[in-house]
Write a protein that binds this ligand. Structure first.
Ligand code: EPZ
Length: 417
């Protein structure tokens, strides 16, 4: 087991370079099997979720090479083998193999995906989309057999603008016969990145980034070169850390528009920001105004930054509120923030935070990935030493977090115990 130790209250100054987006990467890797030719994807983050997907590619006899920040995937000798539960349960995004295998072979056999326990996380919308395209679904316990004689384009309306369902349906539909229209599609930048990748391979997708995506089925997808967009959630996490400890901290290699909602909220709180073309410079202030947030689908305030943002709210003057609308169980970090000294009450899906509170280091748990990011932000702010357990969650999504923070002056280390 790994633990993280952080000595807080240090000023952080310098530059943190943001890596490729986890939530784009985890869809791009499965999407790459839709061709029989070699694809190269660069700006791939070195996180354990990437490794877990490469293990699945290896199990499917896909040739995978890693070269610095790139990955070269060649599915020429691939076989459509059942994906074992031990692989699928390592991460949520394993479910993208369902859409990709269905799109390529018209058959996918795999188990219910894993991922953070932040809610029930059903996959009914993915399955309904596959059915609309002509697939039949058999369900044996945790195992899903999704199969079609032929995939035919269809009009699909998503009851919820789900990121995963939008991408999975795109993957299944790119090679279907005729035209597919996804209405109430999710609009996240990761979806645009995946659609661009598929188009680079020869797909005909329009409208990605809007709520209507149109896919004209093609028979062949070929080789291509593609780049992962910068990780907006990693960027947002470090901008929040900058607001707590930056003196100043430059968050570099980002697309600031992707975190517009966060930057507006930080400005509302009185955070000192310089927003450049591909960076944000952030300087800690002594006093922040209470600021409330409500999570929403893109371009609303991202649920994935809600947990780190609550740490900033503990340092704001007065009463701030955070309302979580996407996941039912995304306040698991709150009891640990309270142990660190925060004054927070949770009622239904709203946390009320009264600040500012002096945080003092103690032992806390990273209950999920972004709760872990919140613990890191809180530990960097707190007086004394904080020990974080379940660090594996954090390493699923933050590339070289110890190195990046050490380089700007943090006292942080990971210990194997
Ligand atoms: C993606 O999850 C991200 N994960 C999540 O990030 C992120 O929190 C989420 O989108 C929302 O932005 C990946 O990209 C791998 P959804 P996803 O389908 O696709 C309900 C992180 O920390 N729903 O948009 O699983 C669902 O229960 C992770 O990096 C259904 O009811 O999210 C939720 O309430 C955590 N049926 C809402 O929709 C379905 O079939 C949005 O989920 C699918 C979803």
């Amino acid at each position: 087991m790994k633990i993280m130790e952080i000595e807080g209250e240090r000023n952080l100054s310098g530059t943190i370079r943001i890596s490729g987006a986890k939530n784009a990467t985890v869809a791009l890797i499965p999407a790459a099997i839709l061709t029989d030719e070699e694809v190269t994807i660069c700006n791939i983050p070195e996180i354990t979720d990437t490794e877990a997907l490469c293990d699945i590619l290896n199990a499917l006899k896909v040739d995978v090479k890693r070269a610095s920040e790139s990955i070269i995937i060649n599915p020429e000798k691939m076989e459509n083998i059942e994906i074992a539960e031990s692989f699928s349960k390592k991460l949520r995004a394993s479910y993208y193999f369902m859409g990709a295998l269905l799109g390529k072979y018209k058959k996918a056999v795999m188990y219910f995906p894993g991922g953070c326990s932040i809610g029930a996380r059903p996959i009914d919308l993915h399955l309904k989309g596959f059915e609309a395209l002509g697939a039949k679904i058999q369900n044996e316990g945790n195992k899903y057999i999704v199969e079609a004689e032929e995939l035919k384009g269809a009009n699909i309306y998503l009851d919820i603008a789900s990121v995963g369902a939008t991408i999975n349906i795109m993957l299944a539909a790119v090679k279907a016969k005729g035209k597919t229209v996804i209405d109430n599609a999710a609009k996240e930048p990761e979806i645009v990145n995946v659609a661009t990748f598929l188009n680079n391979m020869g797909a005909k997708i329009t409208g990605a980034g809007t709520s209507t995506i149109k896919i004209e089925g093609v028979t062949h997808l070929g080789k291509c070169f593609h780049e992962v967009i910068p990780d907006r959630i990693e960027a947002g996490t470090y901008v929040i850390i900058g607001a707590l400890c930056g003196n100043p901290l430059k968050i570099d290699n980002i697309i600031p528009e992707h975190i517009d909602s966060l930057l507006s909220k930080l400005e509302e709180a009185g955070v000192n920001l310089e927003i450049g073309a591909d960076y944000v410079l952030v300087q800690k202030s002594e006093k922040y105004k209470a600021t409330s947030i409500k999570t929403a689908v893109y371009p609303g305030f991202p649920t994935d930054l809600q947990q780190p943002f609550t740490v900033l709210q503990t340092q704001c003057n007065g009463k701030s509120k955070t309302t979580e609308t996407i996941w039912e169980n995304r306040f698991m970090h709150i009891p640990y923030l309270k142990e660190l000294g925060a004054n927070i009450e949770v009622k239904n899906q709203t946390a009320t935070i009264i600040g500012p509170s002096k945080l003092k280091g103690c032992e806390v748990v990273a209950t999920d990935l972004r709760a872990g990011a919140a613990m890191v932000a809180a530990a960097l702010t707190a007086e004394g030493k904080t020990t974080i357990t379940n660090v594996e969650h954090i390493l699923r999504g933050y590339e070289q977090i110890v190195e990046k923070l050490t380089n700007v002056g943090a006292k942080i280390r990971i210990k194997e115990i």
